[in-house]
Design a protein around this ligand. Structure first.
Ligand SMILES: Cc1cc2nc3c(=O)[nH]c(=O)nc-3n(C[C@H](O)[C@H](O)[C@H](O)COP(=O)(O)OP(=O)(O)OC[C@H]3O[C@@H](n4cnc5c(N)ncnc54)[C@H](O)[C@@H]3O)c2cc1C
Length: 401
């Protein structure tokens, strides 16, 4: 039997959330072991690469900085200055109203910074390799977790045994650690999927992130740096499942014609600049964000449809609270009292965001013309009252107060 290795923090899962947690706890001086059965794919062209992008909102950028990651990421990040919401829900697929939410109304900084997920993995793995107190074990998964009052005992798939003061479950929406602890969850299904891919377009994006609503779900373009000398954006296109299946199988010219139509021609003819990847869309929230010696973070705790860049940004907020608490309980991070405090600090806030994004997604899916007109009136009403608009913008960023 292999020797028992002691660590402060064991992180189950090395997706973007788990890697960020490893960097953050490493920067805070804790000993960290992070395991993931799937080695990270760090090249866009490799089969299976995560071609989504993540728009990190202001508080997340601060946290990435604290985790020692921002200096490596900043040179690749595309600033997002304006969020434009376009309603194209009339009889024809044309923009009938566009409202700009400009970061300058509430801050001197941009709203957020957009980065490709495969590049995040590359830079994060590169950074972890420089930290002597962080051990990242790709190709090795969590096989068993047993918790006691004083510590957690973890067995990995290669037989290694670990004693940790705190286990962080960052092992995704089907979290094996959450399952092992018997923590329940509530899921909402929409019969929807998302296509994620990159495009080029003749009309520049000018650092505007554009969300176009018609039916089936939002069509969102998020600015990327130029691709082969042409303006480029990452697109997330949400539709009912069968429609996504049809779109994913279309030959490129037909697909490009359909996406240009769906974009209401706002950027001219769109041209594919990557493969098309398909993602299932659900919302989900765990009943609790803690168990004995364990904290759930990111998709292990909550999943939302990709609207308003909430998913990973909520996850980074989980980690911010957790690192703060661990620093305040440095001798023994992971006590019952500390973890209850973590649950109290995060669960109500997460529930409110999951509920809000669920409502926005259902509004965006609306097929009936009457509902689409109602959605337009609601958007106009929010936009026309400046203080309400500013409160919504701050709430979207995850700012409190
Ligand atoms: C189309 C789309 C666009 C999005 N855009 C944004 C955006 O702009 N902004 C934003 O904030 N969020 C966005 N999100 C959400 C964001 O992508 C997710 O929140 C994030 O990728 C989830 O990260 P995660 O690390 O929690 O989960 P995952 O990436 O699923 O990672 C979980 C990891 O756990 C590992 N694992 C599984 N089993 C085990 C085991 N037994 N032991 C150890 N590890 C295990 C898996 O291999 C995996 O690597 C988007 C989501 C979608 C679908």
């Amino acid at each position: 039997m292999s020797a028992l290795e002691q660590t402060d923090i064991f992180i189950s899962g090395g997706g973007v959330a788990g890697l960020t947690a490893a960097a953050a706890f490493g920067a805070a001086g804790f000993s960290v072991i992070c395991a993931d059965p799937a080695p990270p794919i760090t090249e866009a062209a490799t089969e299976g690469a995560d071609l989504r992008t993540t728009a990190f909102l202001q508080p997340s950028r601060d946290f990435l900085d604290r985790a020692g990651l921002w200096d490596r990421l900043a040179p690749h990040a595309m600033p997002l200055q304006v969020m434009r919401i376009v309603d194209a829900g009339g009889e024809r697929a044309e923009a009938r109203v566009a409202h700009d939410f400009n970061a300058a109304d509430i801050s001197e900084l941009p709203f957020g910074w957009n980065l490709p997920n495969w590049l995040l993995r590359r830079e994060m793995v590169g950074h972890l390799a420089t930290l002597p107190n962080v051990d990242f074990c790709p190709g090795t998964g969590t096989a068993q977790v047993l918790t006691r009052e004083a510590e957690a005992r973890v067995t990995l798939t290669d037989g290694a045994r670990i004693a940790a003061k705190l286990v962080i479950a960052a092992d995704g929406r089907a979290s094996p650690v959450r399952e092992a602890l018997g923590i329940g969850l509530r899921s909402m299904r929409y019969g929807q999927k998302a296509l994620a891919f990159a495009v080029t377009h003749p009309i520049p994006h000018e650092n505007v992130s554009t969300e176009i609503h018609r039916s089936g779900g939002p069509f969102t373009l998020v600015p990327l740096p130029d691709h082969e000398g042409r303006p480029s954006s990452a697109i997330v296109w949400m539709e009912r499942g069968p429609e996504v299946k049809r779109l994913a199988a279309l030959p490129e010219p037909e697909f490009e014609a359909e996406m240009t139509e769906r974009s209401a021609h706002l950027f001219g003819p769109l041209k594919l600049a990557s493969r098309r990847t398909v993602w299932p869309i659900i919302a989900q929230i765990a009943d609790r964000m803690e168990g004995e010696r364990t904290a759930l973070v990111a998709e292990a705790a909550h999943v939302v449809p990709p609207i308003g860049a909430q998913g990973l940004n909520m996850s980074l907020a989980d980690m911010r609270v957790l690192v703060d608490l661990a620093e305040a309980h440095r001798d023994d991070p992971g006590t019952r009292a500390m973890l209850r405090e973590y649950h109290r600090a995060r669960h109500a806030e997460v529930l409110a965001r999951v509920t809000g994004v669920d409502a926005l997604n259902r509004a965006s899916m609306a097929e009936a013309q009457g509902l689409r007109d109602l959605r337009l009136r609601a958007l106009n009403a929010i936009y026309s009252v400046a203080p309400v608009r500013r409160v919504m913008m701050r709430a979207g960023l995850g700012a409190t107060g």
